[in-house]
Design a protein around this ligand. Structure first.
Ligand SMILES: [Zn+2]
Length: 301
């Protein structure tokens, strides 16, 4: 179990840019954790295999049935809500498992760090070969990558749980005029009027790296498998793992407002997640996702 994904993660930590890393990570993570997420995927696949894949036809048929449509749509909505609640519950369980794995991996990295330092000393004294030292270093790099992978996955999960859990709250908020801004204890909203798309992400990344000297911590770029499972349309948005009240978070929000780029900033912790605070750049993900691939295809990966 501890060996999973080593090669991929070592590659990921070397030269890829952060959003690529995260996108690759998002596609790798479900493979790396087949037990809980595999169960979710199976559940989603079974559920959606029972749904009509042609909503337009379904609507046509419904209109012919007098009085039955509202009952059926309410039933579909409650079924979707039940599915999402189930997926969120499974994600929380999976998160708890990863948290335990993280503790093991951190312990392992600590031990390998001590071993590497000891071997370096021995090598300096000419008592062991360079190859023996390199072996120890490679083991340490792999262990560090595992720790980082666990942390990234936990962060991504917390953020997805937060957005999923806040969806009903967002749906209940009054519509906001273009350029409108509002702030509460849990949420900051800005309905920027600029036309925004993910292709503009580079400008934000550039601003951030030039200001803070490191990469923008993007946790989800566009639609990920997690959003597919939750049936959320996240295609035109990206999530940044920054607390909106941190120095970097405040600076980013100020930049986005100046550029007229819409965002939602989540401040608070959600039950079952340690934090989940982040900045969602783009319009809110309130629509139900329609993905090009069928659910069964998406969840086999
Ligand atoms: Zn988001």
């Amino acid at each position: 179990m501890i060996q999973r994904g080593d090669a991929e993660m070592i590659r990921l930590t070397t030269s890829d840019r952060p959003h690529k890393l995260y996108r690759m990570f998002c596609s790798l993570a479900p493979l790396a954790r087949p037990d809980p997420l595999g169960a979710i995927a199976l559940g989603v696949a079974i559920f959606f295999s029972t749904m009509n894949p042609h909503p337009a036809n379904a609507q046509e048929k419904k209109s012919k049935v007098t009085g039955g449509s509202s009952v059926r749509s309410s039933s579909a909505a409650s079924e979707l809500a039940r599915l999402r609640a189930d997926v969120i519950e499974k994600m929380k369980e999976s998160r708890a498992g990863t948290k335990k794995l993280l503790a093991l991996h951190e312990e392992q990295a600590k031990r390998l760090t001590a071993e590497f330092q000891q071997r370096r000393e021995l090598h300096n004294q000419g008592l062991i070969s360079r190859a023996e030292l390199d072996q120890s270093e490679q083991a340490l790099i792999a262990a560090t990558a595992r720790v980082e992978e666990d942390k990234r996955w936990i962060t991504e999960t917390d953020i997805a749980i937060t957005e999923a859990s806040m969806r009903d709250v967002l749906l209940g908020l009054p519509a906001m005029a273009p350029g409108g801004y509002s702030e509460s204890g849990t949420l900051i909203r800005f309905n920027g009027a600029a036309s925004w798309s993910l292709s503009d992400a580079g400008k934000i990344e550039k601003f951030f790296s030039q200001t803070f000297g490191h990469d923008l911590p993007i946790s989800a770029f566009g639609q990920t498998l997690t959003h597919d499972r939750l049936k959320f349309d996240h295609r035109g948005a990206m999530d940044v793992a920054l607390h909106p009240d941190s120095n970097e978070g405040r600076s980013l929000l100020s930049y986005l407002r100046q550029a007229g780029i819409p965002f939602l900033a989540f401040r608070g912790a959600v039950t079952g997640a340690a934090t989940g605070a982040h900045i969602h750049i783009g319009r809110p993900s309130l629509k139900t996702a329609v993905t090009a691939e069928s659910p069964s295809e998406c969840c086999k990966r």
